[in-house]
Design a protein around this ligand. Structure first.
Ligand code: NAG
Length: 334
């Protein structure tokens, strides 16, 4: 490749040390209620389950109580570094419609004219966000809830994208490394199609959102030929699948590297992983801290000392006022 993109295959070792939590993520199903309004209904995702049957949730409609089949183990892996005592991430889900990517440089991903019939039917896009995790997953629910003791709908995680550093804070002049992991399990096994075994081509793009407009910083299409826009601002991505299974699931790394960050590079970053008719996107907030100016911690320190000083001054003036009001009464008593 003539791009400044580095293709690195890194063994992920997902099988090791998968944390035992969380089992259930409470979520909101958000849909358009018409008239520019959104309706929110409670939902829950069962991520992990032992031998016992799922706990009954009479408060949820069966189609919004989802038992997630996650062949790549990505949702569990995403929570591996999640602090035990941190609040659960905010979770929302909505209906998703498979569409080809609009960018010309991604047209090679969907050479066939129409969306394969296998993708027909319901799709859900789940988004989770917290200071420790930003995650997006495309779920394919089964059409009928399982008549288990608890009514629950099975759903397969087809494409999942996440980062452990949703709010990176980088000192001015330092390099920013924005981590991004993803996983894909095709709905139609490649064995059943004419495609060659092994991980498929994909598209990765990183954008910065500025004044409502996305600026493309980096675009790569590992495994595809064709022109992609040149990388900007010296950006590099580690865009590669980590494993070489013939039929999937596959996990990949799309970590983004921006050299010597400047204050103007602060802002919202959008990372998108493209597979045929499916897109997984997450956002990150990059803060650039100045060297001369106070960092947040210093800022808090300054604020606290100012606060204490103010308190002291107040106490002194209160004492002075007290003395001033005391004196006349003392005089009166004399
Ligand atoms: C992805 O690649 C970057 C750069 O090599 C590395 O630092 C990071 O640990 C990798 N992420 C995973 C999950 O392996």
């Amino acid at each position: 490749m003539k791009r400044v993109s580095l293709l690195l295959a890194v063994a992920l070792g997902l099988a090791t040390a998968v944390s035992a939590r969380p089992a259930v993520i409470e979520c909101w199903f958000v849909e358009d209620a018409g008239g520019g309004k959104l309706a929110k209904k409670p939902a829950a995702l069962l991520l992990r389950q032992g031998a016992e049957s799922p706990p009954p949730r009479p408060d949820l409609a069966p189609e919004r109580y989802l038992k997630v089949h996650d062949p790549a183990g990505t949702l569990q892996a995403a929570f591996r570094q999640y602090p035990r005592d941190a609040p659960a991430p905010r979770c929302e889900m909505s209906l998703y419609v498979p569409l080809p990517a609009s960018a010309k440089w991604l047209s090679g991903l969907t050479p066939e004219q129409s969306c394969p019939r296998a993708l027909d039917g319901t799709w859900l896009m789940v988004s989770m966000s917290s200071p420790f995790l930003s995650l997006s997953s495309l779920l394919r629910p089964q059409s009928e809830p399982q008549p288990e003791p608890a009514l629950i709908t099975m759903a397969t995680a087809v494409l999942t994208v996440f980062t452990h550093t949703p709010t990176p804070r980088i000192r001015i002049g330092q390099d920013a490394l924005l981590d991004l992991s993803f996983a894909y399990m095709p709905l139609t096994p490649k064995a059943a199609t004419s495609l060659a075994p092994g991980p498929p081509p994909f598209g990765l793009e990183w954008r910065r959102q500025h004044l409502g407009k996305g600026h493309l910083l980096l675009a790569v299409t590992p495994g595809l030929n064709g022109q992609v826009p040149a990388a900007r601002e010296g950006a590099v991505a580690f865009a590669a699948w980590d494993d070489d299974e013939p039929w999937g699931p596959w996990t990949g790394n799309g970590t983004f590297w921006l050299p010597a960050v400047k204050p103007s590079q602060e802002g919202t970053y959008l990372a998108t992983v493209h597979l045929p008719y499916l897109q997984g996107q997450i956002t990150l907030e990059l803060a650039v801290q100045s060297l001369s100016g106070p960092s947040l911690e210093d800022g808090i320190g300054l604020f606290l000392s100012a606060f204490l000083l103010l308190g002291l001054l107040k106490a002194l003036s209160w004492a002075a006022a007290y003395l001033a009001t005391q004196n006349p009464t003392e005089k009166k008593l004399e």
